[in-house]
Ligand binder design. Structure first.
Ligand code: AMP
Length: 444
């Protein structure tokens, strides 16, 4: 390794000024409003500028995109323009567009050009970029392979490769495609791999394609626990939508990402919200590219107050001010929870993460608490406790009078959080709120 010696001091003190970045990049950073580097940026940028291979264990929301884009830009400042010098492989088009957007902003004062290459749109512009218009390409694997099969992609000048969200590429079945692409790249190059988790296949990929990498881990616990107020709201499954509507009466919930497990559920929940006159968009894998872009844009611009999303579709969504994340369903994999809540508390913003917790999801939820190392506070909203009898309409979609509740005064989860803990009720309501986990602190 040989570089660990000055790491602790540089981590604590380093600023963007200490990183010896070119003034052109410093301007880009300033214009994006970044004051201080995030932990992953502190720990990777100096090494990456030096050309070292890297493994970054970090999820979305940690600032990892700039952690790889800044070294790319810095290292390419003096190269001959118009050749493909750096390639970023990323699992989804949303992430590709996002990274390309940041590239354009961070590199605004350089002459370097980037382009995004992803499926679902025409090949023409992308072909032109690949034929010499762009120095940096951010691509999804399948579409890049389509271009490669047509014979005009020239990797001879490629010197930097980034594998972004490697674990997600694995989940989405892209690893064989990634390996096919890697087989075509020059061997002498720098490779940086970013992954929120390190399943064995990703470890193998790193072993096969990286040389003496420096591993940088941004602690999942710290990343998720700090800056986010986590709250679990016990509720029978059939009342989840009704509770969501109730929560949304709180007008401070201005920009709310609602995560659900399946596409059908996403459609159903969005429809039910719309019926309750809540402006909600929906994004999942069966929506067309146009529909997804429109929903995302609607959310970003504030037209949709709520965006209902499945995990894969929402992957990497970068909306400046997500005020709240609601886990309509508890994810089966605890890491997914961290990805979800990473959307609120992004980059020094604060945010709340609510989980609508059905009794049958308690085991999955306990695993999340274990991963985070905190006991998440429970708060029972009046009228929604586990032991509320099922209504006559049972689990059918609630209509019309949604949210017009009769039982007692409204208590948001925020203020009177455990006010509804009706005496004698068993279960989570009785757990004392853990101290510390609810404090509002900056993410880094
Ligand atoms: P990422 O983890 O790359 O998806 O970044 C998450 C969010 O953090 C994005 O909105 C970035 O613009 C923002 N961000 C990245 N680096 C910084 C920084 N040093 N200071 C403030 N915000 C940042």
């Amino acid at each position: 390794m040989g570089t660990g010696k000055d790491e602790s001091t540089s981590e604590k003190e380093s600023t963007f000024d200490d990183m010896h970045l070119d003034p052109k990049l410093r301007r880009g950073i300033q214009e994006l409003g970044y004051d201080t580097p995030t932990p992953i940026q502190r720990r990777t940028i100096p090494e990456a500028i030096g050309g070292r291979d890297l493994i970054g264990s970090a999820q979305t929301g940690t600032g990892k995109t700039a952690a790889f884009l800044l070294p790319i830009l810095e290292r390419l400042l003096d190269v001959e323009r118009g050749r493909l010098h750096a390639l970023v492989l990323t699992p989804t088009r949303e992430l590709a567009l996002q990274a390309e957007g940041f590239l354009a902003k961070l590199g605004k004062h350089t002459r370097l050009r980037g382009a995004a290459v992803y499926g679902g749109v025409g090949m023409g512009d992308q072909e032109r970029a690949l034929r010499g218009g762009a120095d940096v390409i951010v691509a999804t694997p399948g579409r890049l392979l389509d271009h490669m099969s047509r014979g005009y992609v020239d990797f001879r000048d490629l010197r930097i490769l980034v594998l972004d969200e490697a674990d997600r590429m694995l989940d989405m079945g892209f690893l064989p495609d990634v390996r096919r692409i890697l087989a075509e790249l020059p061997r002498r190059r720098q490779t940086m791999l970013f992954s929120a988790t390190m399943p064995p296949e990703v470890v193998r990929l790193a072993r096969d394609f990286l040389t003496d990498p420096k591993t940088v881990q941004v602690d999942a616990k710290a990343a998720a626990a700090v800056g986010v107020t986590h709250l679990a709201l016990p509720v029978p499954s059939h009342l989840k939508t009704e509770l969501l509507v109730e929560l949304l009466r709180d007008e401070t919930m201005t920009s709310v990402l609602v995560f659900v497990r399946t596409k059908r559920r996403a459609d159903r929940v969005a429809l039910q919200l719309q019926r309750s006159r809540i402006d909600a968009g929906v994004i999942h894998g069966d929506r067309s590219q146009g529909q997804r872009v429109r929903a995302l844009e609607g959310f970003r611009t504030g037209r949709h107050r709520v965006l209902v999303a499945t995990d894969i579709a929402a992957r990497g969504i970068d909306v400046e001010a997500v005020s709240h994340v609601v886990n309509y369903d508890v994810p089966e994999e605890p890491e997914v929870y961290i990805h979800r809540v990473g959307r609120t508390a992004r980059a020094q913003h604060f945010g709340d993460a609510f989980t609508l917790l059905a009794r049958e999801e308690e085991d999955d939820f306990a695993r999340i608490e274990q991963l985070l190392g905190i006991a998440i506070r429970r708060a029972t909203v009046p009228g929604f406790a586990y032991d509320r009898p099922a209504p006559e309409r049972h689990s059918g979609p609630p209509r019309g009078g949604l949210g017009r509740r009769r039982e007692g005064p409204r208590r948001g989860p925020r203020g009177g959080s455990s006010g509804g803990r009706s005496g004698g009720r068993r279960g989570f309501g009785q757990r004392p709120p853990p101290r510390g986990s609810l404090e509002r602190r900056p993410t880094w």
